[in-house]
Design a protein around this ligand. Structure first.
Ligand SMILES: NC(=O)c1ccc[n+]([C@@H]2O[C@H](COP(=O)([O-])OP(=O)(O)OC[C@H]3O[C@@H](n4cnc5c(N)ncnc54)[C@H](O)[C@@H]3O)[C@@H](O)[C@H]2O)c1
Length: 259
């Protein structure tokens, strides 16, 4: 169902993005990789771009438009140990700019997948701040962080919360063209940034790791992204798929008095 489709994958040089690129290639897709580092998995094209660089991102958008891509996997991300303005820029602002910048050029029926996180749980409690961040561009991120109390303690959580909310909001935005957007929210996954998460989350992460049977692997996440990019998922719109070994179900059940 992916044979011959042009799929743009950001973050393809490592972890979940690299595994997704591999699986998409195996499913017959053409993979156009975007990363600040060169991927060591086979791809059909590679664009070396630092997503914090707005001018480079805009140039990338122009380069990618003629592809009329069938899919966009927004996987590039940085952990909470990065400065808060970098976290918000890469994980939210640049992701939205790339997606919206490419929108007119995407093929009808295209699928967009946003790599969110279990850390995005509870977005409903942050709607005012999420709305305030709606039109944010690269230049405005530092001031937004100062004005809204975004620090290293909450930048990652807020970025993922806003991303899940944006995915829900856009359930039908491009419905007339058959273009859909969905999100995948992993729990802790064994990639080079897992250690950064554990460092930032402290006791909360220790508790997560205690109740989990094991952390996830990129191979647990990539098939879900691949499915969302395929025509088998056309009726999924604006959803956020918890791909976390049951962590989200555990939170929902136990916080509502179930076992
Ligand atoms: N690993 C986890 O536990 C976990 C859990 C939930 C969600 N996620 C999310 O999954 C996604 C992938 O993370 P991963 O665990 O595979 O991490 P990773 O570090 O292995 O991969 C991230 C990729 O993004 C690229 N990237 C980062 N900043 C960039 C920039 N400024 N410009 C261009 N490329 C940039 C990196 O070079 C890297 O190739 C991220 O969005 C992350 O937030 C990860």
């Amino acid at each position: 169902m992916l044979t011959g489709k042009n799929i743009i994958v950001t973050g393809a040089a490592s972890g979940i993005g690299a595994e997704t690129a591999k699986q998409l290639k195996a499913a017959g897709a053409k993979v156009i990789a975007v990363d600040r580092n060169e991927p060591d998995v086979p791809v059909d094209a590679f664009h070396k771009v630092d997503l914090t660089d707005e001018a480079a991102l805009d140039a990338l958008i122009e380069e990618l438009k003629p592809l009329n891509a069938d899919g966009l996997a927004n996987i590039a991300g940085v952990p909470p140990t990065a400065p808060p303005e970098v976290v918000l820029t890469v994980n939210l602002v640049a992701l939205k700019r790339l997606t919206l910048g490419l929108m007119d050029s995407l093929a009808d029926g295209a699928s967009i997948v946003n790599l969110a996180s279990l850390a995005g749980i509870g977005w409903e409690g942050e709607v005012a701040k999420i709305k305030a961040a709606e039109g944010l561009d690269h230049a405005g991120v530092a001031d937004f962080c100062t004005a809204n109390g975004i620090s290293s303690d909450n930048s990652y959580f807020f970025g993922k919360q806003a991303l899940i909310a944006w995915t829900h909001e856009n359930r039908w935005t491009w419905r007339d063209r058959g273009i859909r957007m969905n999100a995948v929210s992993p729990g802790p996954v064994d990639t080079p940034i897992l250690g950064d998460f554990l460092e930032t989350l402290g006791e909360r992460a220790e508790e997560d790791m205690r109740i989990m049977d094991r952390p996830g692997t990129p191979a647990d996440i990539a098939p879900v992204v691949t499915f969302l990019l395929s025509d088998g998922s056309v009726w999924l719109r604006g959803v956020n798929i918890a791909t976390d070994g049951g962590m989200r179900a555990n939170i929902d059940a136990t916080s509502n008095g179930l076992s």
